[in-house]
Ligand binder design. Sequence first.
Ligand code: DP6
Length: 329
Amino acid sequence: MSNWKATAVSCSNIALIKYWGNRDQALRLPSNPSLSMNLAELTTTTHVEFDPSLTSDVLILDGREVTGSGRARVSRFLDQVRNETSEVSHLFARVESRNNFPAGAGLASSASGFAALAVAASAAAGLTLSEAELSRLARLGSGSACRSVPGGFVEWALGADDQSSYAYSIASADHWDLRDIVALIDVEHKSVGSTEGHAVADTSPLQAARVATAPDRLAQARSAVLGRDFAALADVVERDSLMMHAVMITSSPSLMYWQPATIAIMQAVVQWRANGLAACTTIDAGPNVHVICTAEAAEEVALRLRVIPGVRQVIAARAGGPARLMANL
Ligand code: DP6
């Protein structure tokens, strides 16, 4: 059932084992498998309406109209949906998307954004897709978005091809009360985005070694999550993030996302853990530090992060559920 409109909400996610580099850049077939946790408090809500009166797709992000490359990426994504059904194949869409986290803070919005868009756009087009099909569709918009479609702790296996590369849940959000305490760091200028970063990953000679050893780290992280073993998880999460940044730093051009405060937090958290606090760090394509910790450690971690110079804001998130449709508005 569709009246050509639908609304969906999706959580962002934090990768515990990182996706970096593609074996097919256009199809976003990843070089290595990855594992993430959805973040309940960081969400995107997206409304899609296919409209016969429109002469082009319209994108409104956090209340502002977006044109240029941002809209072109969304239009290319909508083409995938239009290709699936004759009902809307000839119609443009109005897409209104809202993040509940601060814009421009360097928190990933493409993951929650394209997961919510996949769910909303396919429903608006009258398609009934399985979770795997929605995850695969979201992947075409942004690789990490495929991990925001299923709930809780999510694995994105390599897959053999376009059809078989999607993510699935290995444990629900209530399996383990892990927290992500995000330290937002002041940034002076906009850095290179992940799409461009993936494209240069193979220019680093370290990428081949990272990719070859990723399945082992993924297996360690998976069993640490399933066994709720924080010490084992902390070890592999920090190592995996450092391996990705080693690749980034040694790529051409070099991608150095860290700021002084990023390094200060990484070093502090290693000390805190040695002194008994169940916390570890992981960093995406930006200077912000995600401190993964147990529920018991969360308050102490947030208090300590707030007083580190260079930390602008601290946001706490719990494990979140799957992307979902909302009642038609
Ligand atoms: C560092 O999914 O943002 O966050 O597919 O080009 O949109 P695109 O890239 P994206 O890459 C995520 C990179 C990362 C690690 C991760 O989330 O696994």
